[in-house]
Design a protein around this ligand. Structure first.
Ligand SMILES: NC(=O)c1ccc[n+]([C@@H]2O[C@H](COP(=O)([O-])OP(=O)(O)OC[C@H]3O[C@@H](n4cnc5c(N)ncnc54)[C@H](O)[C@@H]3O)[C@@H](O)[C@H]2O)c1
Length: 336
């Protein structure tokens, strides 16, 4: 059991992170400008309301609560939801204030939330990555203050890692479009529509490249990350997403409609394949998301799901080839 200090613990993602880490047996200290309603504060969690941008506040709270780890989530989390200069200064100052205070207080594990938007998709000037799936090697090209502030949050932990050597462990993670438990049951998502509407109209999910992640899977990821941080390189960045796309049709069909020029890059995204790879988190940490929209949406989606059908047909064809002795049992065929 560890003592984990979570900033932004009252937010869309923070509530599930506080609950998930408390459920995993940790003592959680949630710090946010807004309080979690008392009846929703999980057993094993305590909370403080504070403005973490107030001078000295982050350091005071971290020293008083003496955590083993800090997870920094507090931010303005929606691009263009405030003037650009306000988003830039709020998010970069918050990241610096929390990470530097935790470092000065001698906290040994420090993690900050970044965002996939750091890659730069959605730019009005056009955007195409060198290849799909998108991963931690994809060059970031932020085009707005939010995306830039998240890239700077990553660089903030990397700067402290460079200065501290191996003594303190740092990491950053890029959660895909976060779906909290109540949103599976119809509450509005961050962009103001429901998950079901996002599935029915791919134009709603296309701006985020059809990515998503269940907030509880992010909590699981953070638990695993904190456990493994001593044994992985310092200052690493991870994508944290679902294993499939938030779409009912294969992305190979959807991308050419929504991202001009992407056809040749995405034709291998067949079946339920997502646009973002989580292989780094799988390989370095052994983390695997447990939930998908197909398991969580309540009531279940009843419309057409050609992505699943295509995945099932591909698997059936592979099974036939295995039975016919064309592919060694246990081997998976390379995706073209
Ligand atoms: N929700 C997503 O889809 C998503 C995707 C990628 C990255 N992220 C990142 O994950 C983190 C959490 O996102 P979220 O969706 O839970 O956002 P959210 O807006 O729901 O929560 C952010 C929390 O930070 C708190 N906060 C902001 N400024 C503060 C301050 N000065 N002092 C104390 N608390 C402050 C807010 O009160 C809020 O509760 C953010 O860093 C966001 O950039 C979120």
């Amino acid at each position: 059991m560890s003592r984990i200090f979570v900033t932004g613990g009252s937010g869309r993602l923070g509530r599930s992170v506080v609950a998930g880490l408390a459920e995993a047996g940790h003592a959680v200290i949630s710090v946010d400008r807004d309080a979690i309603p008392a009846e929703q504060l999980p057993a094993g969690a305590e909370q403080y309301t504070a403005d973490l941008l107030a001078p000295g506040e982050a350091e005071r709270l971290i020293r008083e609560t003496a955590p083993d780890a800090v997870i920094h989530l507090a931010a303005i989390a929606v691009p263009f939801s405030a003037p650009e200069d306000v988003i830039f200064s709020t998010n970069t100052r918050l990241a610096y204030a929390v990470v530097s205070a935790a470092t000065d207080a001698g906290v040994l594990k420090i993690v900050t939330a970044s965002s996939p938007t750091a890659l730069g998709y959605g730019s009005p000037a056009g955007w195409l990555p060198p290849s799909f799936p998108l991963d931690e090697q994809t060059p970031p090209k932020p085009w707005n203050a939010y995306a830039l502030s998240k890239l700077i949050a990553e660089q903030t932990v990397q700067m402290f890692a460079a200065a501290q050597g191996e003594k303190i462990r740092y990491a950053a993670f890029r959660p895909c479009y976060v779906i909290s438990p109540e949103e599976w049951e119809g509450a509005l998502t961050q962009q103001g529509h429901t998950v079901r509407e996002r599935l029915d109209d791919p134009a709603l999910s296309a701006p985020a490249q059809f990515n998503y992640v269940d907030a509880r899977d992010v909590a699981d990821f953070l638990d695993v990350l904190l456990n493994k941080m001593d044994s992985i390189p310092n200052g690493e960045v991870f994508f944290v997403g679902a294993k499939d796309a938030l779409a009912t049709a294969p992305l190979a069909e959807l991308f050419p409609r929504f991202l001009p020029g992407s056809g040749p890059l995405t034709e291998h995204l067949t079946g339920t394949s997502p646009a973002f790879s989580i292989d780094k988190a799988r390989e370095l940490l052994g983390w695997e998301p447990k939930r998908t929209w197909r398991t969580e949406l309540t009531p279940a989606y009843e419309g057409p799901d050609t992505a699943s059908e295509q995945a099932a047909n591909t698997q059936a064809a592979l099974n036939d080839e295995i039975h016919a002795g064309l592919v060694p049992a246990g081997a998976t065929k390379e995706t073209p």
